[in-house]
Design a binder for this molecule. Structure first.
Ligand code: SF4
Ligand code: ZN
Length: 301
């Protein structure tokens, strides 16, 4: 097995591309895929300020490293959700990496800022799925920090696997609005910063290879709330399918971007947004207080 790029012995095989790389060329391939996504969707320019959300896992650490290596103007944001040892290990990895690279990092400690950690919010809202609460918190914090720091764009490390799993998860409940908002790039709106997923061309496994080859530290522990999460089960199904049909993930998600999303978008009216009475961040018209502030107030069941 030879590297398709330089011809030396290959150590990485990518079945979905029917190709092999040596470690050096694999790194080039990976970084090029990120740059290609940025260019293809015109996500941000080199002179724009980008906030990159870093959990400390392999995907976000890969993205952070690529953006730093390629000279983008990035500030990393790590949200300390207060999930026991998992959050402590994650924060440690992220802080150490930022120090080593001389990279700018904002640590947003949820309990310190708002008096409640994620486990507390989950206990107060037993009827809600933990990841839904967590998603609301993360989206809110990312947007708020991006606005406060006058960032042009927020990027997350959602991979091809995440993007694939998201679609059937929304289809199971026929949440057309969620599907219609599924995209690589979401433009800025009133009180909302531009958001994008520059890793959409790469899989979880490819991120794992990138961090291993480049000795990038990452947290290998799983969040305790991920056990039994629908997204993980759907990712497993896609992995099984990919073994039988290499490149099925890519066909599915890239096909959605090319053809599927238009079909959903035309049936959905843009929700009108108004400022939340408490924090001033955007919320859906008719809702006086945003979901984040409602969570923090501890109302509801
Ligand atoms: Fe949040 Fe769920 Fe991810 Fe845990 S698994 S960090 S609760 S989204
Ligand atoms: Zn609010």
């Amino acid at each position: 097995m030879k590297c398709v790029r330089c011809g030396v012995g290959a150590s990485v095989r990518l079945r979905r591309h029917r190709t092999s790389f040596c470690e050096k060329c694999y790194t080039l391939y990976f970084e090029r895929q990120v740059e290609r996504a940025i260019e293809e969707f015109d996500i941000f320019r080199k002179d724009e300020n980008v906030l990159v959300a870093i959990s400390g896992g392999k995907d976000s650490m890969s993205l952070w490293n690529v953006l730093l290596e390629k000279g983008y103007r990035v500030i990393a944001l790590h949200i300390d959700l207060g999930i026991g040892q998992y959050s402590r290990s994650s924060r440690e990895v992220v802080e150490k990496f930022a120090k080593e690279k001389g990279a700018e990092l904002i640590v947003y400690d949820l309990k310190e800022r708002h008096g409640k950690s994620l486990p507390t919010l989950i206990k107060e809202r037993k009827k809600l799925v933990p990841c839904r609460i967590c998603g609301t918190v993360k989206r809110y914090v990312m947007n708020r920090v991006a606005l406060e720091h006058e960032m042009d764009c927020v990027v997350t490390a959602h991979t091809l696997d995440d993007c694939c799993a998201f679609l059937p998860a929304s289809l199971l409940s026929w949440d057309l609005e969620q599907i219609s908002r599924q995209d690589v790039l979401l433009d800025a709106g009133e009180g909302l910063v531009r958001k994008a997923k520059p890793l959409y061309r790469l899989t979880d496994e490819e991120c794992r290879l990138y961090v291993m080859i480049n000795n990038i530290p990452f947290v290998d522990e799983k969040c305790p709330y991920s056990r039994g999460a629908l997204s993980i089960q759907l990712k497993n199904i896609f992995n099984q399918l990919e073994k039988r049909i290499p490149s099925v993930k890519q066909q599915f998600y890239f096909g959605f971007l090319r053809r599927g999303k238009k079909a959903f978008q035309k049936n959905i009216e843009e929700a009108s947004l108004v400022p939340c009475r408490i924090c001033g961040m955007p919320t859906i018209k008719g809702r006086d207080v945003c979901f984040f502030c409602t969570l923090m107030q501890g109302k509801g069941g």
